[in-house]
Design a binder for this molecule. Structure first.
Ligand code: 13P
Length: 267
């Protein structure tokens, strides 16, 4: 019985796509962005990277040049935000069609920095998610608890609420184009990484929420990443957990050798 269920779990992990995504945040001019892509390409050249999808999440102004720089490489392109309207009087915003037109395949939505500093709410995250999916973009949806919420013992409730609100109205079919990134806010850019067990616990809870919202098949097929001070030293352990299907990496994604080690750990 034990062996059968273990095999079932391992098979499910193997059938999910492992996704290693860099979130460059507000770093790199277009020239610097191309240089970083070239450095990552050089790091992974000749290595088998077929065990994971590789994504670079770059600033808006870098999208066009990075789209060109990744041609012929396994690296895919993500933007870091998207507006929900197709067009109109929304100064400073970018639409999903605009992102697609410059070569973005993915968009990161609901990052905690947007929630903390730019008034992002679950309602706006949900609207952005719906618009991105309708336009044919794939979504990396970020959720995660604050330090006080973890200390109060309400991490799973908070994350479950975010997942439910952010995915409201998203169809079962569209879930094939959604990746969830679990990013505990207290672990982002702080050097404090969640332990592999903490990451596993919350990623498993998120999978449980998706199973309730949709069904087991959707839950088992959904890629759930961990993000928050993932680096070359801790990636292998985090990625070995059965519900951790990849990473959303900030600081370490800006260093090509470190990012390449993380990609290697995902093979
Ligand atoms: P760090 O890897 O720098 O902690 O950032 C994580 C993150 O926010 C990725 O989106």
């Amino acid at each position: 019985m034990y062996i059968i269920s273990l095999k079932y779990i391992i098979m499910n992990k193997a059938t999910r796509k492992t996704v290693i995504a860099g979130n460059w945040k507000m770093n790199k001019t277009p020239d610097e962005a191309v240089a970083l892509i070239e450095a990552i390409k050089a790091e992974i050249a000749g290595k088998d990277t077929s065990g994971c999808d590789i994504i670079a999440g770059v600033p808006f102004v870098d999208l066009a040049v990075v789209a060109k720089a990744i041609e012929g490489s396994p690296i895919k392109l993500a933007a870091q935000n998207v507006h929900w309207a197709a067009s109109g009087a929304f100064t400073g915003e970018i639409s999903a069609d605009m992102l697609k037109a410059v070569g973005a395949e993915y968009v990161i939505i609901g990052h905690s920095e947007r929630r903390q500093y730019f008034g992002e709410t679950d309602e706006t995250v949900n609207k952005r998610t719906a618009a991105a999916l309708a336009a044919g973009l794939k979504v990396i949806l970020c959720v995660g608890e604050l330090k006080e919420e973890r200390l109060s013992g309400i991490t799973e409730e908070i994350v479950a609420m975010q997942v439910k609100l952010d995915l409201a109205g998203v169809s079962k079919e569209d879930m094939a184009n959604v990746i969830i990134a679990y990013e505990p806010v207290w672990a982002i850019g702080t050097g404090l990484t969640a332990t592999a067990e903490q990451a596993e616990e919350v990623c498993a809870a998120i999978r449980g929420v998706i199973a309730k919202l949709y069904d087991e098949t959707v839950a088992e097929a959904t890629t759930i990443q961990y993000g928050g001070s993932m680096n070359a030293g801790n990636a292998a352990e985090l990625l070995s957990m059965k519900n951790v299907d990849g990473g959303l990496i900030g600081g370490a994604s800006l260093k090509a050798p470190d990012f390449a080690v993380i990609i290697g750990a995902a093979q």
